[in-house]
Design a protein around this ligand. Sequence first.
Ligand code: TXA
Ligand code: MG
Length: 323
Amino acid sequence: MRGKKLETKIIEEHLIDEIVQLIQQGEVVAFPTETVYGLGANALDSKAVKKIFSAKGRPSDNPLNVLVSTKEAMYHLAKDVPKYVDELIAAFSPGPITYVLKSADKVANEVTANLSTIGLRIPNHPITLDILEKAELPIAAPSANVSGRPSPTSAEHVIHDLKGKIAAIVDGGTTNVGLESTVVDCTGEVPVILRSGFITSDDIKQVTGACEVAPALQMTSNKYKHYVPEVPLIVVRTEEQFNEAVLEEKAAGHRVGIITADGCHNINVEKVYQLGKSEEETAQNLYHVLRSIKKSEVDIVISAFFPSKIVMDRLTLAATKII
Ligand code: TXA
Ligand code: MG
């Protein structure tokens, strides 16, 4: 990989066999899932998995999650799985949820960053499931962005970050959910949410009777930079603070961009980024909006407060300052 530029083929979704072959040959490819685009390689092949880390510039101590197409494939890679996981799988998988389980040590050590646990997910997307079934392999697949950047929700986002660094991209259009899966630690008596997502602790509680949420900073990856836009991002909590922050930045002579639900605003600014009103819409648009912030257009962006916790969690991770 080092130094050698790859051609990065852009493959249409009906030509999945080509992607399957590349994966079986130890190459790294990007494809859509229902959450965000994934960057996949054979999870059993150390050399292939190392290519994921180098293409993304991902620190080697941040474990990758692994995609499988069935519950049996999941249990093959895990051990001592608590009974409640059966119920969670019946309720939520295939879907946007990653289970952290005790690892049966079958995947390459690089995948789990030498941890004794493994993150496993059954994606709910016909292309991803087709690839998994045809490849007959567990596929290590983190989000297909350069580390620190927002996760990709379209093939264009992947091309922007990874062209020349990976063998191919399947273009399957815009992803449906738009945010990454809920990550839930299922190694203990009670499931513990490590990363928020569309499947919430209340959803899990309804199935298992109990669910905890880890303090945000306990999550393995939170020590790393996340979703960082090209210019500083300020996230505010009230409308008053929003107006104040905008006026302050304008007074300092900065070109100001704002992120709001409906695009409405009463202060003259250089750029308005509209996220949308419903939680689904905001989630779908978030990464596209963060990626469309250009330093040639604005010096700073100020985001309004959004009621969705899963959106606020990501905005907070992307923020330079929260007021
Ligand atoms: O929706 C998703 O999960 C997407 C799609 C492509 O599947 N993938 C994704 O991967 O978001 P990534 O690598 O960006 O996020 C996976 C998260 C990371 O925060 C990682 O630290 C955590 O899962 N993770 C993976 N294995 C883990 C483990 N054994 N213990 C704790 N956390 C783990
Ligand atoms: Mg990621």
